[in-house]
Design a protein around this ligand. Structure first.
Ligand SMILES: *Cc1c(COP(=O)(O)O)cnc(C)c1O
Length: 369
């Protein structure tokens, strides 16, 4: 039987090893570990790719969010509006600094709803975290206009959005800062944990640089409180080696998304994401291919029996469904109904076109037989 795992880490290494191994040997021979030249070079090269002034490498994508919140001036007791349909990390980051996550509903495109942001706004609201889920920009223009009017900060959790654009502008650059994750399965993954904060604001970047390194300035002098959250130089070296192939990987993902959209378009029981070329103002990077499927659990079982791995986002629960203390929740009707149907199909550049076609064929068999 054919087997299409949802994500195959060993296949990733087999395919990518020749891109990073020679440079990896070089950095090990140089014994350059912490805050060294490979990190600096990667930060500059990625900034150029994104079209942003500063990339500051930090320990992981979750640290990137809470460090950005601190740099944005968010204080204990403040409220930060985030979507309920996101990774728990977005909420963790708000919680860890003593602020309150306020959970907003999602829209038809699965990302945070502007209407729900408005409904949840209170006099304690100091920031919105828009999450560019699945490699698609949230309604960033509308949200950033709203934040400007209300004089609150916009931060983008862009862990899934690297490579995506809206109106020709990269996601992560619509507010004061954006955050990235280099978790191995992300669009640009390292071989462990890694993340970054991106910003066009010089002062904001200098704050993050101090925060990530014990509050020390470039001369090593302690000038403020800080922590240890640095993107390590070896991971930066690996990311630097993989960066030149990112555009090609994104194009592969978009090609696979098109095959899914073409092959599954006639099935009434499915709701698919917008095809990659449906909107010339958008470039979606398809970190995931998230669909809504009637009869989902039987569909997943049918695929599994034919060797195809699928995943429920966040293990099948939106944040409010974990019922953790200390969050504020408005009406989440769309998110509630979405989570009865939502499922992720395999989507990454390490899959072959034949494998995507096989998934389409098995899906058609399930719904149209
Ligand atoms: C992956 C991810 C994160 C966190 O990244 P880590 O590097 O694992 O800490 C945050 N938000 C979203 C939406 C993610 O997908």
């Amino acid at each position: 039987m054919q087997s299409v795992p949802f994500f195959d880490y060993s296949r990733m290494h087999q395919i990518d090893a020749n891109k990073y191994m020679p440079n990896l040997v070089d950095v090990l021979n140089r014994s350059d570990y912490i805050l060294r030249s490979d990190l600096e070079a990667f930060e500059q090269e990625l900034a150029q790719f994104i079209g942003v002034k500063h990339v500051v490498g930090v320990g992981n994508g979750t640290d990137a969010i809470w460090l950005a919140l601190i740099a944005a001036g968010v204080k204990p007791g403040d409220e930060v509006i985030i979507p309920s349909h996101t990774y728990i990390a977005t909420a963790d980051a708000v919680k860890i600094i003593g602020a309150t996550p306020v959970l907003a509903d999602c829209d038809v495109d699965h990302s945070i709803s502007m209407k729900s942001i408005e409904q949840n706004f209170s006099r304690k609201t100091v920031a919105v975290i828009a999450v560019n889920l699945n490699g698609r920009a949230a309604s960033l223009r509308t949200i950033s206009d709203f934040c400007e009017t209300k004089r609150i900060k916009l931060i983008e959790d862009n862990a899934q959005g690297l490579g995506a654009r809206l109106f020709g502008k990269s996601t992560g650059t619509f507010g004061i800062a954006g955050t990235l994750s280099f978790f191995p399965a992300k669009n640009l993954g390292c071989l462990g944990d890694g993340g970054a904060v991106i910003t066009n604001d010089d002062y904001f970047a200098s704050k993050i640089k101090k925060l990530r390194n014990h509050g020390r300035d470039s001369s090593g002098e302690v000038v403020t409180w800080g922590v240890n959250s640095r993107l390590d130089n070896i991971q930066a070296n690996i990311l630097r080696s993989k960066l030149p192939y990112l555009t090609q990987s994104l194009e592969t993902r978009r090609r696979y998304a098109q095959i899914y959209c073409d092959g599954l378009s006639g099935i009434d029981e499915l709701r698919l994401p917008e095809p990659p070329k449906s909107d010339s103002l958008r470039y979606d990077s398809f970190q995931n291919f998230e669909i809504e499927a009637e009869n989902r659990d039987a569909f997943r079982k049918f695929l599994a029996e034919r060797g195809i791995g699928t995943l429920l986002p966040w293990n099948g629960k939106a944040i409010h469904q974990f019922e953790l203390p200390g969050v504020r929740t408005g009406s989440l009707a769309n998110t509630e109904s979405l989570f009865q149907k939502v499922v992720l199909l395999p989507m990454n550049q390490y899959l072959s076109e034949e494998e995507i076609t096989y998934i389409v064929q098995v899906t058609r068999e399930f719904y149209l037989k």
